[in-house]
Design a protein around this ligand. Structure first.
Ligand code: PLP
Length: 222
């Protein structure tokens, strides 16, 4: 019991610190992929209203257990397989991980059928990274005409994850590559008010480079 309440106190302290530190214009998505239900309830009591999950199935299991928390916004931040697209539409208010044209096309087909249209971010790789999903900027530019045809999609931003271990000035320099890309895509017809970037190890650099949404897990829950 003592251990459990101590960890609740840590969650509270971690959230309070972040709330103090983050500018009011930045939305904090608490990444709960490793957090049990009780920890999520604690986060909610501390003011968190945005939960980020990386898997459809885990969210299907968690959401019914958190029904008493009415005003939560659910964010999918992990790679979405084609066969989970319909469930993702039903579960999530935001999908940050639109990482390929075929997924965008499948969502565009399903949105009118399911009757839900979450806000979407296009996931881009600002530095080459074989371990990550997402568009290389050049590839995104090439496929943009196809994306612009998908008129059921509510594309509202860009998302990125840095290569593992990128820190400090290197992180800042890579995050800053988002700005010319965003400007260019907006000139070609997208409207991208949101930049979803920054995790526990690099959110300060992400905010310095213009992030509007940070996705933070371990700094809150461990
Ligand atoms: C897990 C995860 C996060 C949170 O990472 P932390 O380092 O625990 O803050 C953010 N974004 C994505 C896409 C993730 O998968």
């Amino acid at each position: 019991m003592v251990i459990i309440s101590a960890s609740f106190l840590m969650i509270e302290a971690n959230i309070a610190q972040l709330q103090q530190e983050l500018p009011p214009s930045v939305t904090l998505v608490a990444v709960t992929k490793y957090a049990p239900i009780a920890a999520m309830s604690t986060a909610y009591r501390c003011g968190i209203r945005h939960f980020g999950e990386s898997k459809v199935q885990a969210t299907q299991e968690k959401r019914p257990q958190l029904q008493e928390l009415p005003d939560v916004t659910w964010h999918l931040i992990g790679h979405l397989q084609r066969n989970k697209t319909r469930q993702a539409l039903e579960l999530f208010d935001w999908i940050h991980s639109i990482d390929r044209l075929s997924l965008a096309q499948e969502l565009n087909r399903l949105i009118p059928l399911v009757g839900k249209s979450p806000k979407l971010c296009l996931q881009v790789k600002l530095a080459p990274d074989p371990d990550k999903f997402g568009w290389e900027p050049q590839q995104l530019q090439q496929e943009l005409p196809e994306l612009l045809k998908l008129n059921h999609l509510q594309i509202v931003g860009l998302m990125t994850i840095l290569p593992q271990g990128t820190k400090g000035e290197d992180a800042l320099a890579i995050f800053k590559r988002m700005l010319p890309l965003k400007a260019d895509l907006e000139q070609k017809g997208l409207h991208l008010p949101h930049l979803s970037m920054g995790m526990s190890g690099d959110y300060r650099e992400a905010i310095a480079a213009g992030a509007t949404i940070v996705r933070i897990g371990s700094k809150i829950f461990t």
